[in-house]
Design a protein around this ligand. Structure first.
Ligand code: ZN
Length: 159
């Protein structure tokens, strides 16, 4: 069972009793690991090294989360590290999120057909020069652009 660690941690946090089949060392490890977990409304949360609590994701949710983070509306077919970062920024977590995101991105059919970005894929980016002292300018996302290669882009408006 892929979600056995969630069940094991949930039971331990609820009862403070480790499973009987665990050895003494495994029980100690479970107790130490449990410091980074908490239960809130029967939902398991994990505290990352950055101190942010993220919901522990069950196995059946992972494929949808990976797909939406990589090639969904908020996707953009970024590399595994960026896709995993999006999942973390969404407040979701599982022990192998970065590895799973990297594996998913390496197997993405669109990315495999596209290959590495080339010089032809670059867009000109002219510098914006300030016209007055202390002049500020900002960026805003305006609209999505779908090219014929099925990759999404964003048009940035500067003011
Ligand atoms: Zn992709």
């Amino acid at each position: 069972m892929e979600d056995s660690w969630i069940t094991e941690m949930t039971i331990f946090l609820t009862t403070r009793l480790p499973p009987q089949q665990l050895s003494t060392d495994e029980r100690k490890r479970l107790a130490v690991r449990s410091r980074n977990f908490c239960l809130l409304n029967n939902t398991l949360y994990h505290k990352g090294a950055d101190g942010i609590w993220r919901r522990a994701v069950r196995q059946f949710e992972k494929s949808v989360i990976l797909r939406e983070s990589h090639c969904g509306i908020a996707g953009g077919h970024y590399v595994g590290e960026a896709t995993g970062g999006k999942i973390w920024n969404s407040g979701l977590w599982w022990p192998t999120v970065m590895k799973d995101a990297t594996d998913y991105c390496r197997k993405c059919d669109v990315c495999q057909r596209m290959g590495q970005p080339t010089e032809r894929d670059r867009m000109p980016f002219p510098p914006v020069l300030p016209l007055q002292p202390f002049q500020k300018w900002g960026l805003e996302w305006t609209l999505s652009v779908h090219s014929n290669r099925q990759h999404c882009g964003q048009v940035i408006g500067a003011s």
